[in-house]
Design a protein around this ligand. Sequence first.
Ligand SMILES: Cc1cc2nc3c(=O)[nH]c(=O)nc-3n(C[C@H](O)[C@H](O)[C@H](O)COP(=O)(O)OP(=O)(O)OC[C@H]3O[C@@H](n4cnc5c(N)ncnc54)[C@H](O)[C@@H]3O)c2cc1C
Length: 456
Amino acid sequence: MAASEDPLSVAIVGSGPSGFYAAGALLDQDRVDVRIDMYERLPTPWGLVRSGVAPDHPKIKSVSSVYARIAAHESFRFFGNVDVGGDVTREELTSRYDAVIYAVGTEGERKLGIPGEDLPGSVAAADFVRWYNGHPDFSHLSYDLSCERAVVIGNGNVALDVARILCSPVDRLARTDIADHALEALRHSEIREVMVVGRRGAAQASFTTPELRELPEFTESGVDVHPGEVAETPGEDGLPRVVQRNLKVLREYAASAPEPGRRHITLRFQRSPVELRGAGRVEQLVLGRNELLTGDDGRISARDTGEREVVETGLVLRAVGYRGVPLPGLPFDERRAIIPNEQGKVAGGEREYVVGWIKRGPTGIIGTNKKDAAETVRRLLTDLDSGELRRHGGDDPAAIEKWLAERQPGLVTEQGWQLIDAAERAAGEPHGRPRVKLCSHDELLRIALNPDDAEG
Ligand SMILES: Cc1cc2nc3c(=O)[nH]c(=O)nc-3n(C[C@H](O)[C@H](O)[C@H](O)COP(=O)(O)OP(=O)(O)OC[C@H]3O[C@@H](n4cnc5c(N)ncnc54)[C@H](O)[C@@H]3O)c2cc1C
């Protein structure tokens, strides 16, 4: 056991943006000395910045340099390839650390709940995204891209990411860190049209304007929007600025039609998937036309008009949202799919806190997690001052590393991750790519655990 004047020991579970911002906020404050151990299920850090953010958005991915600076702090250690809840338990962490912060994100997906949803050819966009980003648990997947039209269900930025990747010229993707297996599959893709379908109207879509505006660059012949679906309506001046900007972009798209037969993106609004049909795999998607209703609170909702439309397609990607999954022993709010908490303090937990998507649900951009993490860290420090969080010393750092190495012989430390990072960057350099990702657990561990191999 460590002495009480030792630094406050904190375990952070999950190495995505929220975990790193929590670490940064703890290291930046000067009320109490801290030491941080970050646990990550994968051999690599950065969560969705590595395995979610699209490879053709390298500027956004470059936020990882902020996380690398935090990881270089002398009071910070990375323990990758450790599944909390599997390799080590919640109780083991709470007995070894003064505080535990869960930053595990939302690993599940929301479903459509329609007939035919489980047919081959109906896939979760979340899995497709992890596949093209080289997440080692998803690298074995394969997608049939031999149809002419793919349909993406959903009206957020993830839907646009997926549409862009499916439409982009392969030479352009070949300059990114997209997984090699995805690049190869996309090279042989026969998809000519990617239709993105939204339940409500154009004014309710949650796209951000830069993502909407850049779309034509990633196609051969532009973006198709039906003029009737973006017609001007009275009172638009009162809409939020982002909506007004989006409508302006959509109207520009509606003014000209893409050339038939050349790769393009189609945006369709006020339609819901009703059924997927096919003999053994998806061949058709039945869409229902919706009308829009304004509730007493001003919220716009979609109501089925009963009108149907059949779309021929062999690939339907569901991009209707992520969903948190419970962690063994921790409370879980099934309705909101989050760990219930008060300003980040886990409800009923003694020394447990949450940050990021598992705290508030899958909303907001990377930067939103910084403010969110600051709130949780403030609460943790307040609890420390008030005695609600009682220090119990925790194990000393060397004893923890010894315990972990026994528990997980494939433990990947910061040094191991540095070897992976260097190997990936070196492989990318001759091809003008930021990195060539190692996409299997075996490859990642071979490099991380064998410094001699990495040098050779
Ligand atoms: C497809 C996609 C694209 C996006 N693109 C953008 C974008 O372009 N710009 C932008 O600003 N935002 C973007 N976002 C949003 C952004 O990625 C999130 O706001 C952010 O990643 C949430 O951070 P987090 O730390 O809560 O979760 P995550 O980033 O998901 O990190 C959670 C981490 O916890 C680990 N973990 C989970 N369970 C365990 C366990 N039991 N034990 C140990 N480790 C565990 C996971 O492996 C993961 O590394 C995108 C999101 C998605 C899904």
